[in-house]
Design a binder for this molecule. Sequence first.
Ligand SMILES: [Zn+2]
Length: 59
Amino acid sequence: MAVPKRRHSKTRRNKRRGQWKISAPTTVACSHCGEPKRLHRICPHCGHYKGEEVLLVKS
Ligand SMILES: [Zn+2]
C-alpha cells in the first residue's frame, strides 16, 4: 500500500481545513402557511405536509 513520504505541515493542514464552512440549510415557503421550512420535512409551524395536516403543533 502506498504510504506518504513526507508529513504535511501544520500550515498546509490548517489551510486545507480553513476551506470548509458551515452553510445554512435550504428552506422553502410552506404551501399551507407560507413559513420557511426545510425541504421534505413536515412544516414545524403548522404541521402540514403535502397539503395534509400530519402533526399537531401546540401553539
Ligand atoms: Zn406550514
